[in-house]
Design a protein around this ligand. Structure first.
Ligand code: ARG
Length: 396
């Protein structure tokens, strides 16, 4: 049996690798997809071979992740339940696609992943894998199937003579360029404030600089292209913003999240670049889109976001939605000035060649002014239906 395993290098997928070899006598090929999880990538290949992988692939998908997934999320102002910028949800379909490509190339019989039966990731992995794999390739999720706990994983490694990673991690972390998700430990009590040690990307307020950080972010058709007038490569753009904005203490999220599988969970994230870019992008949209476009956009954005969260990247609806999203983003070009200070972010300026804001019209002191008659006529007709309803119903 030839298995291709989506391998993060963490405890669970390491235990799965050993289990597949020892218990099922399988040949295991490991695939690690680099979506910017810097810490986790260290030593992954060595570990895979040490644990008996017959072959290992590390695939650098950072550029593809940012250009084809993250920037689509920016264009859609994607914040699930108003707060979570979808880091994990965006990366999973790409990881699954890359793993499926290797499975195809290697002629694997089975594809394995490390998702549990309680989370969202199993939905995202299974569905995307199904879309890319031949139907006779089996998808297995040993953690889900055997209900493995972290203790079980430690046991499997120890029993087979492998060293268990010493720095036993307190939290379950999922990291990529777009967000760092922190689950478990005391965070499982939703009334407990996340301790500073849970965070790695964002400085505690006490350590942030005493002067604000000003950034000018330029967008071209909805995509961020420049910082302070300098063109920046897409992957670098995210890294720079994570680092700089994180240093000023902004980018934490703490929310009670509705999972795909009917459960509520307490989720904590760090996402400085994501929250900055979405804030800035949405602000620019308010300047360049007509009121009705803006309202339609917010509805479409939400459908797109829910779909991606729910593991339905493969749903053709997404592509239809993106037509509308892109069509409106044709006008989302311009600059946004952002001020970050002591954990808060404010948009303090914006300008665009497509701006619908007309200073000479809005200013009370000069320029266009409707006549009293024009204004009265407009108001009468505007509220006519409401006044009619009130008089018919006799109530206010
Ligand atoms: N709740 C987030 C999501 O569903 C993050 C999940 C983190 N995944 C993980 N395997 N730790 O997108």
């Amino acid at each position: 049996m030839k298995v291709v395993l989506a391998y993060s290098g963490g405890l669970d997928t390491s235990a799965i690798l050993v289990l597949l070899r020892k218990k099922y006598n399988a040949e295991v090929i490991t695939v690690t997809v680099d979506v910017g999880q810097e810490e986790e990538l260290k030593g992954v290949e060595e570990r895979a071979y040490l644990l008996g992988a017959s072959k290992h692939y590390t695939i650098d998908a950072k550029k593809e992740f940012v250009e084809n997934y993250v920037f689509k999320a920016v264009k859609a102002n994607a914040l699930y339940e108003g707060k979570y910028p979808l880091g994990t949800a965006l990366a999973r379909p790409l990881i699954a696609k890359k793993v499926a490509e290797i499975a195809l190339k290697e002629g694997a019989d089975v594809v394995a992943h490390g998702c549990t039966g309680k989370g969202n990731d199993q939905v995202r992995f299974d569905l995307t894998l199904k879309a890319y794999l031949k139907p006779d390739v089996k998808i297995i999720a040993p953690v889900r199937e055997l209900k493995l706990t972290r203790m079980d994983s430690i046991k499997i490694l120890a029993e087979n003579g492998y060293e268990v990673p010493k720095q036993h991690k307190k939290y379950s972390i999922d990291e990529n360029l777009w967000s760092r998700s922190i689950e478990g430990g005391e965070l499982d009590d939703p009334f407990v404030e996340p301790p500073e040690e849970a965070f790695e990307w964002i400085q505690p307020l006490g350590k942030t600089p005493n002067e604000p950080l000003y950034l000018t972010i330029e967008f071209d058709k909805g995509v961020p292209t420049k910082i302070d007038g300098v063109k920046v490569d897409p992957v670098e753009m995210i890294k720079i913003l994570n680092r700089s904005v994180g240093m000023y203490g902004f980018g934490r999220v703490d929310l009670i999240e509705s999972r795909v599988v009917g459960l509520k969970s307490r989720e904590v994230y760090e996402a400085p670049a994501a929250l900055t870019l979405i804030e800035a992008h949405a602000d620019l949209e308010r300047m360049v889109l007509t009121p009705r476009e803006l309202r339609l956009k917010r509805l479409v954005d939400q459908v797109w976001t829910d779909l991606v969260y729910q593991g339905l990247w493969i749903d053709p609806t997404r592509v239809h939605l993106e037509k509308v999203i892109d069509s409106m983003n044709n006008y989302v070009s311009g600059e946004v000035r952002v001020k970050v200070y002591k954990g808060s972010l404010n948009i303090v300026g914006r300008r665009s060649a497509y701006s619908l804001y007309r200073r000479e019209v809005i200013d009370y002191n000069f320029g266009w002014y409707p006549s009293d008659e024009e204004a009265r006529g407009f108001i009468n007709i505007h509220g006519l239906y409401a006044l009619t309803a009130l008089s018919v119903r006799g109530s206010k």
